[in-house]
Design a protein around this ligand. Structure first.
Ligand code: FCB
Length: 784
């Protein structure tokens, strides 16, 4: 088979980090780190500390040649300073020996975010002393491992550690100060420089750093990279690029901060912490630049936008959601931005050797009897490898590719729900299981490249021919039936893997008597809720799916008994897929259905994000637009009629409303409605009026509530819109028929239905399935 091969000696491997996989936080003298303090999840994670031999064996069996791990600083200096803890060093000593024996080249990262809590207590990264301690720590680790570890990365993603940890407060240690974030960033850079110096003096062969680098693009450039940005958008792009990328690239590789950045730092706490000589230290030559790439940052100019705390100095920049495929993390999948990034680095830093030190994806995995068929993850990595290859062809000097990551692990604040691993981990038993992506990656490594042309979707026939069995046998195997001998099963699975075959409907139906039916499950409609909308979506989804040759079985999920029946129906494979709308709040139906392994898609964001892909309207964005409209009309005493707060879309609409008010410096004034009926809307507005007789506008979470609100306003002698302007949400038919006609936010019903149908069809074919959020636009009528 011809391959899109990579340069000879290209290093294939994986990356991990200590806190995310090691566990064993209380033994052999390890001290607490800021992440032990900050985490709400249990931190035993993969117990790699005790299972490292098994994990190295896994890597060896996958044929990996490189492994980037991080050293846990609090294992080496539990109290931050003093003498290194020998037991801590012993662990890495054993790990490195194991790697070397397995023929895997170790790449060590010294700081992957787990600062000893003791150092945080003494001031943390905003304190200059932490940089000095870091250099001591680097030297101590080098003294023990330097004879076997050639390549030393100082920091991992200092932007994340500084700005999410000390600026936005969403990572450990959870501080929220722009000034401290900039100080931390500088001290991390300084720590990097001091450590590089110490490592070199001690004889290290190679030093480097790992940065999170994200191309910054406008929404239009996501799909059309050549598109020119408007002048204002170009300013927004440059501002974020300076904060995220250039703030780190330029001091390290050029020995200077970008000029535009200095006034920003100055405005946030001053420049006093940047001492003479620091930039010289920071700018010492390094050998290898580690590039972590996951997704671009998408921004545009929006003059009224306040700064995002993670990006101090980002006033006037809006971070945008774009309608592209996303991972379960919600990160847009844009492989082309990896080529773009590498091209840029090659242009700006010619000759600098690069390595992809992280790239990978979180998707919802379904564990089936015959494995974990994580086709989404495979496509993600494959597409990024193609993008990488293209950049190498154009001259990028890239040494290797390290996938993030070996094992499902503890994904920082997101805990265990995120699945980035090539290897599945059952956290109850610590059993490791290779996902299809691991097997696929093994083949990539083995042939040093990708299959040149992706074979046209291999068919059941091709697999049967390759394995020398009948089509029915292939079907039996891929459907996990037990009536097949182990030898035949092995032969079929080998053919399946070699060909990259994704079992499809037709193949399965051969033995499972699949009906080509889709279950359309309606959970209990809320009284007075968006029934009209639901009905419209049902109608559209049905016609789209029927158009694709499916039969629709409508099922009503209104009682516990009906839930049981529906799950049994799906478990019996009487449906090939399920569309569930709308997922009800504390309901577990979506989860139970998804566990059957049958593809499920949801209408509406579920309460627990990311279990199952969903389609939703941009509720927060629509509510913000509605509120901004009222503000633009000069309204200042705006009340919101909320719906029941347990409904996810109500929460999102409230969040958008709140955000828009906050930007205008106003406080929200809320009246929760008991349910979504007009009567409840009327009732809520009476309460708003009682609190504030001078109320001049109402934003209602739904049109039904808005219509009730208008009635109550009229009864109270208020004119709409003269005295009180009203905006609703949904754009149901009745909205244009009221007097005055209701200004509202349109939920794109047909688009949602189309997206739902597409999502389900893709899932059935084993293609990318990621949630879709569609824009919700304001429809201006007379009421506001
Ligand atoms: C990177 C981190 C890594 C992991 C991935 C998903 O930012 O370096 O530890 O969390 O993201």
């Amino acid at each position: 088979m011809s391959t899109a091969s990579f340069p000879e000696g290209f290093e294939w491997g994986v990356s991990t980090s200590a806190f995310q996989i090691e566990g064993a936080t209380n033994i052999d003298g390890r001290g607490p780190s800021i992440w032990d303090t900050f985490s709400v999840d249990r931190v035993e994670t993969c117990d790699h500390y005790h299972r490292y031999q098994e994990d190295v064996r896994l890597m060896r069996d996958l044929g990996l040649r490189a492994y980037r791990f991080s050293v846990s600083w609090p294992r080496i200096f539990p109290g931050g300073g003093g003498k290194p803890n020998p037991a801590g060093l012993d662990f890495y000593d054993r790990l490195v020996d194991e790697l070397v024996a397995a023929g895997i080249r170790p790449y060590a990262t010294l700081y992957h975010w787990d600062l000893p809590q003791a150092l945080e207590d003494q001031g943390g990264w905003p304190s200059r002393d932490t940089a000095l301690r870091f250099a001591d720590y680097a030297a101590a680790v080098y003294a023990r491992l330097g004879d076997r570890v050639r390549t030393w990365f100082t920091l991992n993603e200092p932007w994340v550690a500084a700005f999410l940890g000390y600026g936005a407060g969403i990572h450990a240690p959870g501080r929220t100060s722009a000034a401290e974030a900039f100080k931390s960033a500088h001290h991390m850079l300084l720590g990097h420089g001091l450590a590089v110096r110490a490592l070199r003096e001690a004889g290290a062969a190679e030093t480097g750093v790992v940065l999170n680098l994200s191309p910054v693009v406008t929404p239009a450039q996501v799909s059309d990279p050549g598109r020119r940005a408007s002048e204002e958008d170009a300013v927004a792009v440059a501002r974020i690029d300076t904060l995220v990328n250039r703030q780190f690239l330029e001091p390290i590789l050029r020995g200077a901060y970008p000029e535009e950045l200095l006034p920003v730092i100055e405005r946030h706490g001053g420049l006093g912490h940047i001492e003479d000589g620091d930039l010289e230290t920071i700018g010492q030559p390094i050998d290898l630049l580690g590039v972590n790439y996951y997704t671009p940052l998408v921004v545009q100019a929006q003059p009224s936008e306040p700064a995002d705390p993670a990006y101090p100095g980002s006033e006037g920049v809006l971070f945008c959601t774009v309608p592209t495929a996303v991972t379960a993390m919600g990160w847009p999948i844009v492989p082309g931005c990896l080529s773009r990034l590498l091209r840029r680095l090659t242009r700006e830093y010619p000759g600098q050797e690069l390595m992809i030190t992280e790239n990978g994806a979180d998707f919802v995995d379904v564990v089936t009897g015959d494995g974990i068929h994580d086709v989404d993850r495979i496509s993600f990595i494959e597409e990024h490898l193609r993008a990488l290859r293209a950049a190498i062809d154009e001259g990028a000097n890239v040494r290797g590719y390290l996938a993030w990551t070996l094992l499902d692990n503890l994904e920082w604040v997101d805990g265990y729900q995120r699945k980035f691993g090539l290897v599945h981990v059952d956290f109850a038993t610590q059993r490791r299981r290779l996902k299809d992506s691991a097997l696929w990656y093994r083949d990539v490594v083995r042939r040093n490249g990708l299959a040149q042309t992706r074979p046209k979707r291999p068919t059941l026939e091709t697999v049967a021919a390759r394995a020398g069995v009948s089509r029915a046998t292939v079907s039996r195997v891929v459907n996990g039936e037990s009536s097949v001998s182990p030898e035949v099963r092995a032969a079929v699975m080998q053919a399946v893997n070699e060909l990259g075959y994704v079992p499809n409907l037709a193949a399965r139906s051969l033995v499972t008597r699949r009906t080509n039916a889709i279950a359309l499950v309606l959970s209990v409609p809320r009284q007075g809720g968006g029934d009209a909308l639901t009905a419209a979506v049902v109608q559209y989804v049905t016609s789209f799916l029927e158009g694709a040759g499916k039969q629709i079985t409508l099922m009503l999920a209104d009682t516990a008994e009906s839930h049981r029946r529906i799950v049994a129906h799906v478990e019996a494979r009487l449906a090939d897929g399920v569309v569930l709308l709308p997922p009800d709040r504390a309901d577990t139906l979506a989860e139970r259905l998804s566990r059957t392994g049958v593809p499920v898609v949801l209408l509406g964001k579920p309460e627990i994000a990311s279990l199952v892909p969903y389609v939703d309207a941009d509720n927060a964005g629509g509510a913000a637009a509605a509120t901004e409209h009222l503000l633009e009309r000069g309204r200042r005493r705006i009340g919101m009629v909320c719906g029941p707060m347990d409904l996810v879309f109500v929460q999102d609409r409230l969040a958008g409303h709140r955000a828009a008010l906050q930007r205008a410096g106003l406080q929200p004034h809320l009246a929760p409605a008991e349910d979504l009926t007009r009567a409840a809307g009327a009732d809520a507005v009476r309460r708003l009026l009682a609190d504030d007789p001078a109320l001049d506008a109402v934003f209602a979470a739904t049109d039904q509530l808005a219509i009730g609100a208008m009635r109550a306003l009229r009864e109270a002698g208020r004119r709409v819109p003269d005295d009180v302007a009203v905006v609703g949400f949904d754009d149901i038919d009745a909205a244009s028929a009221t007097t005055p006609a209701l200004t509202t936010v349109r939920v794109p019903v047909a688009d949602q239905a189309l997206a739902l149908a597409r999502l389900l069809l893709s899932r059935l074919e084993g293609r990318h399935t990621t949630s879709v959020v569609l824009p919700a636009r304001l429809v201006e009528r007379e009421s506001a």
